[in-house]
Design a protein around this ligand. Structure first.
Ligand SMILES: Cc1ncc(COP(=O)(O)O)c(C=O)c1O
Length: 360
């Protein structure tokens, strides 16, 4: 056997789960409810699907490697300059580029004890040391992050709202935190779920990146815009950071269908509003039903809920799977007695509750 590098054997394994069609075949059922990956249950905007169909025959051409038109639209949307933007093959790719561009062997990267699994992956690949900050009540503790800063700290990764916990920190606390982090440290705020928060809880990208030359804000088209399968997200930061992130980027990292779809998705903010509203109602329904069966949930400001059980989450996950409901067990996040469930459509939420009642 050829041994992989030590970095690779150390990596946590991300298990994406079975394809829906495979589960349907195995269980012999038609209806599978997937509430595992925080996708938009409404799907993409109709304008997006129309646009994709209309340009399907152009896929023989390489995409625009600079994402010129998309950057133009995002720059209007975010009130920043195109050269303050980087488009990625999902925001995951931007996380990778950040680690490539900024993390070296002797550096430390601080991240929450229950943080998005890609942060430890990219930090490990760059041979950096991972430093975990505490998360009392599943929420980032900014003071603890500040206490964990050393002269080796290079990056702080923080998702707001956080995945897999759903919790948030207030803009007031974040702004105060930005002032206290030394300027030699890159702060990465991952806002994959920001549309699901109230407007007053969201950072204004243009203001923050102008005031903080060490800040990167990440956004994605995978969640509220419903484009997860196309893989597209973006980073907002000052021009110097964007220049560095562009260096390890592959020339055609974002495909042409994704670029065109993202332009349409941005233009259809009504679809985002409808998606957020469906999520808001679904969240209220699920919390109230879970409360009736005494399952603890945590406050969530995203499109999913963290459920705490008295026993192993994986056993309940397996039971739900037999009923055709896919959720996310979290032992690889260090959360053994938990499940994460995405808020679905009204029907999907009802099926989930009914199946859960029969599984605990
Ligand atoms: C916190 C967080 N950041 C980033 C992503 C990945 O987004 P993308 O699909 O744009 O790579 C996710 C997806 O689950 C996420 O939860």
């Amino acid at each position: 056997m050829v041994n992989p590098s030590i970095r690779i054997s150390d990596l946590p394994i991300y298990s994406p789960g079975k394809p829906i069609e495979e589960l349907q075949r195995e269980l012999g059922i038609q209806k599978v409810v997937k509430l595992a990956s925080n996708e938009n249950p409404l799907g993409p905007s109709k304008k997006v699907t129309e646009r994709i169909r209309s340009i399907a025959d152009q896929v023989s051409l390489y995409p625009d490697g600079d994402c010129f038109y998309l950057k133009k639209q995002i720059s209007i949307h975010e009130n920043v300059l195109p050269n303050e933007l980087l488009i990625g093959n999902g925001s995951n790719e931007i996380l990778e580029l950040i680690a490539h561009a900024y993390l070296d062997k002797d550096d430390e990267a601080i991240m929450g004890e229950y943080c998005f699994i890609v942060y430890p992956i990219v930090a490990t690949l760059s041979r950096a040391t991972i430093v975990r900050s505490e998360m009392p009540e599943m929420t980032h503790d900014l003071d603890d992050i500040l206490n964990k800063i050393t002269n080796r700290t290079k990056i702080i990764f923080l998702a707001n709202p956080n995945n897999p916990t759903g919790t948030k920190v207030s803009t007031e606390k974040l702004k105060n935190f930005f002032e206290r982090v030394p300027a030699r440290i890159l702060i990465v705020i991952d806002e994959a779920y920001h549309q699901y928060m109230n407007p007053e809880d969201r950072l204004v990208s243009s203001e923050e990146i102008r005031g903080h030359p060490n800040l990167v804000l990440l956004k994605t088209f995978s969640k509220a815009y419903g484009l997860a399968g196309l893989r597209i997200g973006y980073g907002v930061a000052n021009k110097t950071i964007i220049d560095f992130l562009n260096r390890p980027r592959e020339p055609f990292n974002v495909n042409s269908l994704a670029q065109a779809a993202a332009i349409e998705a941005l233009a259809d903010q009504e679809h985002v509003t409808n998606s957020v509203e469906l999520n808001r109602k679904g969240m209220i329904y699920l919390k109230s039903e879970l409360n009736k069966i005494s399952i603890k949930t945590y406050p969530s400001y995203a499109n999913f809920l963290l459920l705490e059980f008295k026993s192993e989450g994986r056993i309940i996950y397996e039971e739900l799977l037999k009923k055709g409901v896919i959720t996310r067990p979290l032992e690889n996040y260090g959360l053994k007695n938990y499940l994460r469930v995405t808020i679905g459509t009204v029907e999907e939420n009802e099926i989930f509750i009914k199946s859960l009642r029969g599984s605990i």
